[in-house]
Design a protein around this ligand. Structure first.
Ligand SMILES: [Zn+2]
Length: 49
């Protein structure tokens, strides 16, 4: 499978989907992150109104 470049929505860094250190599924969509801490930041933002 060809690696897909995706953007970390928290810090804006480009990560390859297959090598992404962290990822999560939100509302049926897989989101990739450069690090576990960015994933936590993203989840914290989701919980806020
Ligand atoms: Zn990041």
């Amino acid at each position: 499978m060809r690696p897909v470049k995706v953007k970390d929505p928290v810090c804006g860094m480009t990560v390859e989907s297959e090598k992404a250190p962290a990822k999560g599924t939100y509302q049926g969509q897989t989101v990739y992150f450069c690090s576990e801490s960015c994933r936590k930041t993203y989840e914290a933002r989701l919980k806020k109104p």
